[in-house]
Design a protein around this ligand. Structure first.
Ligand SMILES: C[S@@+](CC[C@H](N)C(=O)[O-])C[C@H]1O[C@@H](n2cnc3c(N)ncnc32)[C@H](O)[C@@H]1O
Length: 192
């Protein structure tokens, strides 16, 4: 959460905020899932939280992302990478086994912007991820409504999250206001 001049970035970026809020919810030995590995920042965070007795499953559809994430993770043998869409999560994690599933939507910074998450698959993956979470487990989703496809996706995710809230999940939404373009939004949902 620190900027180059070493002052804390305010307000905290959604990526940093997600990690701060999730850290106390993860125990050593847990199974956790990074549904969008990208450059591996969240994968490393999750690997540190669960430690060598835990398991991290990390998914991405881009080889370049997985290569980047693997090099960032280094020798943590408790991280398993899958060059697969996150709609395949159920093939690798048992029902009600995970304490946290993280999604950071959008595209890989610096890479092809057409290789982005898409609303339909994201919704499918969220529904599947919900079945893999333990009761009390947390789903974390960062949406980027500042571009047209991201705006459609963000509405779809928020609509689904609201439906979960009406079924007893505890759901929260974090983001800055008053920006020229819609700012990224962090959504957190705790399973009933
Ligand atoms: C914003 S980046 C993730 C950043 C990453 N969490 C990090 O800490 O560096 C979004 C990633 O989602 C990936 N992605 C897009 N569609 C996907 C899908 N269906 N399944 C898994 N990953 C996907 C992209 O390839 C991209 O690397």
């Amino acid at each position: 959460m620190t900027s180059p001049d070493s002052k804390p970035h305010f307000p905290p970026r959604p990526t940093a905020l997600a990690q701060e809020l999730l850290r106390p919810m993860i125990q050593p030995g847990d199974l956790v899932i990074d549904a969008t590995a990208g450059n591996g920042h969240d994968t490393v965070f999750l690997a540190e939280c669960v430690g060598p007795t835990g398991r991290v499953l990390a998914f991405d559809i881009q080889e370049a992302a997985l290569a980047s994430a693997k090099s960032r993770v280094g020798a943590a043998g408790w991280v398993e990478f899958f060059h697969e869409s996150h709609i395949q999560i159920a093939s690798h994690a048992a029902a009600e086994s995970a304490s946290v599933v993280m999604f950071n939507l959008g595209y890989l910074p610096g890479e092809h912007h057409y290789l982005t998450t898409e609303a339909a698959d994201t919704l499918t993956a969220l529904k599947i991820a919900a079945t893999r979470l333990k009761p009390g487990g947390i789903l974390s989703v960062i949406c980027y409504p500042g571009h047209p496809a991201g705006a459609v996706e963000a509405i779809a995710v928020e609509t689904w999250m609201s439906a979960q809230a009406s079924q007893g999940w505890r759901v929260a939404r974090y983001g800055t206001i008053g920006n020229r373009r819609p700012a990224p939004v962090l959504l957190l949902a705790a399973k009933v």
